[in-house]
Design a protein around this ligand. Structure first.
Ligand code: PMP
Length: 460
């Protein structure tokens, strides 16, 4: 290993890295990126990488988009900041709320802005609680998410997340948050269980949970159409229809967390459309600005808005909001991003390119390391296993997913190991067909290196 650069040493001594093994980081140091253009980024040594995960599933329009730079600069010149507290407003927030209301896959009455996916889902929890208090049902407070779901890391959104490292040592989850089963047929189907039987069992299990808890106490259910950070898990056909029937039966608010799936990722504008989901509300972030600046948003349905109005008439101020709720620069950038998505047919482009992407994924199923292949639209993952027949995973201590991702990085591809040994790809949606092939060629080299490592170290 080459000696750490001065910048790397300074990083180690000053910066806490999220979702990083802080002990290993002291040895290996950071990958320090310096610039980006299109789907590629370069590090401080001038090495080029394909950003195969669009940053953190977010830079849909890639890097160095001058139109977005100009939209931000123009808004900064005109009015760099104003807020929405106490009835103040500004044009970009109004226009963006109108635009989002038009395109979301639910009946939205209003939009409540924030600055991240975590904040968006935090707002969903608070709004759900607020609604039931306002409607005189203070006992209807429980929110169900799913094991392996990812909804953020704030105290409430981290509680919704169904991954142990997000809970451990943080005293999460908080009360009133429950986790139902993960709809991953490959991992969680019982012996010989068909997808249809599996789906029926998932719905039954949810219904049993609601009955056990008392339907009068269950307020909401939140789901990512495709689970991202939990392993890019795509539910079987009919899953959401079965789940929705249960939610409707017990008057449970259905929230689609579109933080990754929103804005074209699955080949439709929203993941809810791809899967035929009928949510009451959606959470948005990431590609809403193509990650040029932070922005999040949730939609508020008419019934909820009326409850908020009634409450305001009774007690006054709606007591929630951030300094950066509807930040004008973020709103201006988002408006330009949405204009580009429409003008350049970015969603259609994702749908058109998706068969190429999915086919290259499917071809990886033949690799000796690959147990499960999951891909839809322009998001996918391979799950690396020690034994393809028994589906036995590698010993987590062997860090095989991380090893593969490190080799991919050597070959000029940035990807990410999710939920252990699944390696995910989610490139910017501006990717060209030839670049899709380039990306997979690099991944294949990393897989071969990983197979050689497994054989050499006797890891299976
Ligand atoms: N929801 C989903 C589906 C996500 O993937 C993420 C982030 N990966 C979040 C919420 C949290 O977003 P943020 O990191 O912007 O807080």
């Amino acid at each position: 290993m080459s000696p750490l650069s001065n910048l790397a040493v300074r990083d180690i001594e000053t910066v806490i890295h999220p979702y990083t093994n802080l002990a290993t980081h002291r040895e290996t140091g950071p990958l320090i990126l310096e610039r980006g253009k299109g789907i590629r980024v370069w590090d401080t040594d001038g090495k080029e990488y394909i950003e195969g995960l669009a940053g953190l599933w977010c830079t849909s329009l890639g890097y160095g988009n001058e139109e977005l730079v100009e939209a931000a600069a123009e808004q900064m010149r005109t009015l760099s900041y104003t807020h929405l507290f106490g009835s103040k407003s500004h044009d970009p927030a109004i226009e963006l709320a109108e635009k989002l209301k038009e395109i979301v896959p639910c009946e939205a009455s209003k939009v409540l802005f924030c600055s991240s996916g975590s904040e968006a889902n935090d707002q969903q929890v608070k709004l759900t609680w607020y609604y039931n208090n306002a409607r005189g049902r203070p006992e209807k407070k429980k929110i169900i998410s799913r094991i392996k779901g990812y909804h953020g890391v704030t105290v409430a959104s981290g509680s919704l997340t169904g991954l142990p490292p997000v809970h451990m040592d943080f005293d999460l989850p908080i009360k009133n948050i429950l986790h139902t089963e993960c709809p991953h047929h490959y991992r969680f189907a019982e012996d010989g269980e068909t997808e249809a039987e599996f789906v029926a069992r998932m719905a039954r299990s949810l219904e049993e949970m609601i009955q056990r808890e008392g339907p009068e106490t269950v307020a909401a259910f939140i789901a990512e159409p495709i689970m991202g950070a939990g392993g890019v898990i795509i539910p079987p056909e009919g899953y959401y229809q079965a789940i929705q029937a249960v939610l409707e039966k017990y008057d449970v608010r259905f929230i689609s967390d579109e933080v990754i799936c929103g804005f074209g990722r699955t080949g439709s504008m929203f993941g809810a459309e791809t899967f035929g989901m009928k949510p009451h509300s959606v959470s948005m972030a990431k590609a809403i600005t193509s990650a040029y600046v932070p922005l999040g948003a949730v939609t508020v349905e008419e019934d909820l808005y009326q409850a908020m109005l009634d409450e305001s008439r009774k007690i006054g101020t709606f007591g929630h909001g951030y300094t950066y709720t509807g930040h004008p620069v973020a709103a201006a950038v988002s408006l330009k991003v949405l204009e580009i998505y429409e003008r350049d047919g970015i969603v259609e482009r994702a749908a058109t390119l998706s068969p190429v992407f999915e086919k290259r994924f499917e071809a990886l199923a033949a690799h000796p390391l690959v147990g499960d292949v999951r891909a839809r639209g322009m998001i996918g993952a391979i799950e690396l296993v020690a034994d393809k027949t028994t589906k036995a995973p590698f010993d987590p201590k062997a860090g095989i997913g991380g090893y593969c991702v490190a080799r991919a990085q050597d070959h000029g591809l940035i990807s990410r190991a999710v939920a252990g040994d699944s390696v995910a790809l989610c490139p910017p949606l501006i990717i060209e067909e030839s670049e899709v092939h380039e990306m997979f060629d690099r991944l294949e080299k990393a897989l071969d290196d990983t197979e050689a490592h497994v054989a050499k170290e006797g890891l299976r």
